[in-house]
Design a protein around this ligand. Structure first.
Ligand code: UGA
Length: 437
């Protein structure tokens, strides 16, 4: 099938590459000409395992094309996906101006006697599909036939390619049989369960799913505080809860709290949506509160151990919001470093993939040193903070770490290390929700 994806960010690019991989002919549109040029050459602007090879393979096979022209993308394509950003506004509600603009632009290039399915893949508030349809109708001078469909994306950064190639489910929300039939054809090669709903339900599924996952994380983080106060071990508690198949062990990893470009934004958006609909979802405010408390409790533990932070040399391992990505947006690790610096600590940080983005977006003060390796970062440090659970950190020679540190004190914000082993090696170890002695 001929498909068009408008917006070549995380979701648009991975979706386009995976659609091409299963044999569709895909045109990705982006208004950033430099990005288009580099994608045409097979260079991708983000670190995502497996994505660069996928893009290069499909560009060479002439199944994946890039352009900055919406007309060039829409004209030959039966199905047009919108995958542009939906950033948050200061009050937490969603800024839909990119979606609205793209809807007008699509309407302007639709031709008479051409039926097109317009699919919203961006995360949008419930009832956006209706507005997109109204907008296209209003600006579509040619009077072309079209349908609007909602098809939310559930991929995770760091494992976006396998998530898209082997999804748990595909949600398609639409009210037209003709559009639904084409959508099923798009997804046929993926061999995954398809849930067909109305547009509003599909839109709501995305916000409800992300909020539920964030709720699970905040739940276990709240339990971790009780574990710390009572001497229980949150990892064991999570295993015990998670072995119940009704609950499941996934997303029960206690830590510094959730971050990234999705959960914080989507939970705030769902709160704003529910407020606007007159049915405030107050439980989600508690989810947010627990999430920010988690970082504060962690910092309090550091202050208790080091007393005064001014002039203390602190090493931080991990700056990205999760492992296997170079994404540092809304990263709790970055917040922790900034808080330490505000209190006068001298921080040296290391991250396997995130440091270029930290420099590019100027996310840390100049006083923070970025080390070339985890071992360089700990040189002379009075404490080491593990803020992101990259596999690389699990493989570092810990005796070497200990010998380089001024004081062998570790704050493990992601429970990567086994407390017993750390103590045997001679470290003072502080985990999340674990007995500290
Ligand atoms: C999330 C959802 O998992 C995806 O399904 C969704 O498509 C995506 O948002 C989106 O809306 O686009 P993502 O933000 O890439 O994906 O990453 P996650 O793996 O969900 O992690 C989010 C945050 O939660 C990270 O900061 C991670 O460290 C934290 N987390 C995750 C925990 O603290 N504990 C856990 O057990 C799991």
């Amino acid at each position: 099938m001929n498909l068009c994806i408008i917006g070549s960010g995380y979701v648009g690019l991975v979706t386009g590459a995976c659609f091409a991989e299963v044999g569709h002919n895909v045109i990705c549109v982006d208004n950033d000409q430099r990005k288009v040029d580099s994608l045409k050459a097979g260079r991708i602007p983000i670190y995502e395992p497996g994505l660069e090879e996928l893009v290069q393979r499909n560009v060479s096979a002439h199944r994946l094309h890039f352009t900055n022209s919406i007309e060039e993308g829409v004209d030959p394509s039966e199905v047009v996906f919108i995958a542009v950003p939906t950033p948050p506004q200061p009050d937490g509600s969603v800024d839909l101006s990119f979606i609205e603009k793209v809807a007008r632009e699509i309407a302007g290039v639709l031709k008479k006697d051409q039926y097109r399915v317009i699919v919203d893949k961006s995360t949008v508030p419930v009832k956006t599909g209706e507005k997109v349809a109204d907008t296209i109708k209003r600006y579509n001078k040619a009077g072309s036939e079209f349908d609007v469909v909602s098809n939310p994306e559930f991929l995770r950064e760091g494992c976006a390619v396998p998530d898209l190639m082997k999804p748990d489910r595909i949600v398609i929300g639409g009210n037209s049989d003709r559009a639904l039939a084409l959508m099923k054809k798009v997804y046929e090669p993926f061999n995954a369960p398809i849930l067909v709903t109305d547009i509003n339900s599909a839109e709501l599924i995305k916000h409800a799913a992300n909020s539920f996952l964030a709720l699970k994380i905040s739940y276990i983080n709240a339990v971790s505080a009780i574990c710390e106060a009572s001497g229980a071990d949150v990892e064991k508690v999570a295993d015990g809860i998670g072995m119940d198949r009704r609950i499941g062990r996934n997303f029960l990893n206690a830590g510094l709290g959730y971050g990234g470009s999705c959960f914080p934004k989507d939970i705030a958006a769902f709160i704003a949506i529910s407020d606007q609909l007159g049915v405030p979802f107050t439980l989600l405010k508690e989810v947010q509160r627990i999430n920010s408390d988690q970082k504060e409790r962690f910092l309090k533990g550091i202050r208790e151990a080091l007393w005064v932070l001014r002039e203390k040399r602190i090493a931080v391992w991990g700056l990205t919001f999760k492992p296997d990505t170079d994404d540092v947006r809304c990263s709790v690790a970055i917040d922790v470093v900034n808080d330490l610096v505000k209190e006068g600590a001298h921080v040296t940080a290391y991250d396997p993939k995130g440091m270029d983005k930290v420099r590019e977006f100027n996310l840390l003060p100049d006083s923070v040193k970025l080390a070339a390796s985890p071992l360089e970062a700990v040189e002379g440090a009075e404490a080491l903070i593990l803020a992101t659970e990259w596999k690389e950190f699990a493989n570092v020679d810990l005796l070497d770490v200990k010998s380089r540190m001024h004081t062998p004190l570790i704050f493990d914000g992601r429970n990567l290390f086994a407390p017993g082993t750390m103590r045997e090696l001679g470290f003072t170890y502080r985990g999340i929700g674990r007995r500290n002695d």
